[in-house]
Design a binder for this molecule. Structure first.
Ligand code: HEM
Length: 362
């Protein structure tokens, strides 16, 4: 696809596919030509806004969601990882997805927002519904899914609305309180914008991080020589996490809508048509990455697009990287040998945009 049809129209899906690194970058860095206003299913959020509204929201949220604030979480994330892992160490077996990779990001986001961890099972259910994709389902199934999403958005709206009211009365040391206080020249986030942002964090931050963790461990299990290399050189773990985001990216495709007629590699894209940027392909583009099909744990530079590119570049990247680093470090320290339990059939997550497996027992 990269070589023979780098930009193509898919009649079945009624959308354009863009595969090469250079072209994906072009689409993602040109919000004037390619709009993010595409999402019918979930609430409006900065993810589905274009400039200037996007910048206004992102600047406000940036005041609360700073890399420094995230880095402060490191010891805490370590404790969560240790607690989740402890019951399984004796046994020597771990259902990676269920025991560690799923609960960890949910607990972290719940705590960051300042909602009780006793609500985290509900959180997980809610975030699962938010990211559920409609595939080749019938119109009826699609309708049902949209209704389920609407219901979930309403439940979450009411839930966060209550917490926001409480924090307005008495601020705590949490993200919701910081979001309420965020101020740029007298501009504040409205209650609705805070709610949308909280919901976006659940939708954008949970399953993605689960898959980053699972995909990283999967690479270690598939290429056992990497385990010893990283144990001997733990300083390589951050670059190994980056390489995971290139090699097995949790999000493989990003959607946009053409805002005008555009010619790309001789193809005529019409205003209003959907354009899918295949990050998964761009990350393996040999023109950008030498030996692109080889996992190189200390690859540098590594300008992968696992977190997207341009104005919508993943806001949660510092958090996801931190969680990835902590988990790899912890597993490599506690386990002499990481291997997939024999006889396991890998089952992919059914989604056109997500790359991951449903279970990964190690
Ligand atoms: C945006 C991937 C983790 C919050 C994005 C985008 C990608 C992405 C590709 C760009 C989407 C676009 O251009 O339309 C990932 C991956 C993650 C991850 C692979 C884990 C490995 C997180 C976490 C959070 C988060 C942990 C927050 C807790 C966001 C937000 C945006 C975003 C708020 C929207 C930014 C904007 O529109 O300006 N993410 N993400 N993500 N991500 Fe992440």
């Amino acid at each position: 696809l990269l070589e023979q049809s780098p930009v193509r129209y898919d009649e079945n899906r009624s959308c354009w596919d863009v595969f090469r690194y250079e072209d994906v970058q072009y689409v993602l860095k040109n919000p004037k030509l390619f709009s993010s206003r595409r999402n019918r299913a979930n609430r409006e959020s900065m993810l589905t806004q274009d400039p200037p509204k996007h910048k206004q929201l992102r600047d406000l949220v940036n005041q609360a969601f700073t890399p420094r604030k995230i880095e402060e979480l490191a010891p805490h994330i370590q404790n969560i990882a240790d607690d989740l892992l402890a019951p399984h160490l004796q046994q020597g077996q771990l259902q990676l997805v269920y025991d560690l990779a799923t609960p960890l990001p949910v607990i972290v986001i719940a705590e960051l927002l300042g909602v009780p961890s006793s609500d985290r099972d509900r959180f997980k259910e809610w975030s699962d519904i938010l990211v559920k994709g409609a595939r080749n389902d019938s119109d009826e199934a699609f309708q049902e899914l949209m209704e389920e999403k609407d219901r979930t958005n309403a439940e979450l709206g009411a839930y966060f609305g209550r917490i926001i009211q409480e924090r307005r009365q008495s601020a705590q040391d949490d993200l919701i309180s910081l979001l309420i206080a965020a101020d740029i020249e007298g501009e504040h986030l409205t209650e609705d914008e805070i709610i949308s942002f909280c919901i976006l964090l659940l939708a954008a931050g949970n399953e993605t991080t689960t898959n980053l963790i699972t995909n990283a461990v999967r690479i270690l299990a598939e290429q056992p020589e990497l385990q010893q290399q990283l144990r001997e050189h733990p300083e390589m773990i951050p670059t190994a996490v980056e390489e995971t985001l290139r090699y097995y990216p949790p999000i493989v495709a990003i959607g946009r809508v053409a805002k005008e007629d555009i010619e790309l590699r001789g193809q005529q894209i019409r205003e209003g048509e959907q354009v899918i940027s295949w990050v998964g392909a761009a990350n393996r583009d040999e023109q950008k990455f030498a030996n692109s099909d080889t996992f190189i744990p200390d690859r540098k530079p590594n300008q992968h697009m696992g977190f997207g590119f341009g104005i919508h570049f993943c806001l949660g990247a510092p958090l996801a990287r931190l969680e990835g680093r902590v988990v790899l470090n912890t597993l490599l320290r506690h386990m002499d040998r990481i291997a997939l339990v024999e006889g396991t059939q890998l089952e992919p997550i059914q989604s056109a945009f997500v790359f991951g497996v449903k279970e990964y027992p190690i």
